[in-house]
Design a binder for this molecule. Structure first.
Ligand code: SF4
Length: 317
């Protein structure tokens, strides 16, 4: 029997990580426990479908805590907030539930610790990303953001023997190490973070897409444009050898022309993407002859986080 000419390689792990799962359940449980509306500062996770679904159930998304009526309940998103946001919420008498991913909280803790020890902290991350704003806000006088290679050239430190780098949790592992090498050329004593800041989920999804990309003429990443880890998956797929790679929120965004001459399609999804969106894409591909799906498994994830303490207390009461 000849091999099928069209197939899908499906990345595993893909989709929801433990931090996103926890954040989405937090808003759902808050709605069940306290009733609508529940205010959420920023998008709870960076995914259009998730945000729209929660909005339909009574969540109101705002940009800043000062848009929340005094005394109301607000959930802080998985990306974390700076101490200034907590203060602002307290001043307005808001009830808060903090759905910051524990792995982001870990980086906040590192920023506080090394600021206390009077280090200059070089935070590798994307300018304007909520997570970076929250982490930098822990010690604004000690943290400098390093996004591009140009930023590396501009950084000034007080004592080159007392410098450490930290990073956003959702970066490309390879690009971050490139940035670290560039920084180390300028500051040979640059210290590494005590443990990886790029989280397990980001790393695992990149490893899986790297494994399948060399065999694919096309890689489709399900995810939203404002999702850092999803965008990195497109870049990693291209760097690993895929001829083309695109980010789509929904199956209907895939252009038929992308499939021209393609026999193997790689499929994966960002850490904020529910798997029903991937299943929709697989159905769409099957209708076009890509019915054979082979999973490429590079890790088995068993990470789970407890719900925020504020919510656990309310659920027990
Ligand atoms: S991508 Fe990583 S840091 Fe972000 S919510 Fe998921 S587990 Fe947490």
């Amino acid at each position: 029997m000849s091999a099928p000419t069209k197939r899908v390689l499906l990345a595993n792990p893909r989709g929801y990580c433990a931090g996103v799962d926890r954040a989405v359940i937090t808003v759902e449980k808050a709605l069940e426990t306290y009733g609508a509306p529940v205010y959420v500062r920023k998008e709870i996770v960076h995914n259009r479908h998730v945000v729209e679904t929660l909005r339909e159930r009574g969540a109101i998304f705002v940009d800043e805590a000062d848009e929340v009526p005094e005394g109301a309940l607000v959930v802080f998103s998985a990306h974390g907030v700076s101490p200034a946001v907590h203060e602002q919420a307290a001043e307005r008498g808001l009830r808060t539930i903090d759905a910051t991913c524990p792995l982001v909280t870990k980086v906040h803790f590192e920023a506080r610790r090394f600021a206390k020890e009077d280090y200059d902290i070089l935070l590798i991350g994307h300018e304007g990303h909520e997570e970076v704003e929250g982490t930098a806000g822990e010690a604004p006088e000690h943290v400098q953001l390093v996004d591009t290679a140009e930023d590396v050239a501009k950084v000034e430190v007080r004592d080159p023997s007392k410098v450490i780098w930290l990073s956003q949790t959702t970066l490309s592992v390879d690009e971050t190490m490139e940035r670290v090498d560039q920084l180390r050329e300028r500051f040979p004593d640059l210290q590494n973070p005590p443990s990886d800041d790029i989280c397990y989920a980001t790393q695992n999804r990149q490893v899986a897409v790297k494994a399948l990309a060399p065999e694919c003429e096309l890689v489709l990443v399900v995810g939203s444009q404002n999702s850092s880890n999803s965008k990195r998956l497109v870049e990693v797929a291209l760097q690993a050898g895929a001829d083309a790679a695109y980010l789509v929120d929904f199956a209907h965004e895939v252009q038929e022309s992308w499939l021209d001459g393609v026999s193997t399609v790689g499929v994966t999804s960002g850490a904020s993407v529910p798997d029903n969106l991937v299943m929709d894409l697989l159905r769409w591909l099957a209708e076009r002859g890509y019915g054979q799906v082979d999973e490429v498994t590079t890790a088995n994830e068993k990470v789970a986080f407890a719900l925020p303490a504020e919510l656990r207390k309310a659920l027990k009461a």
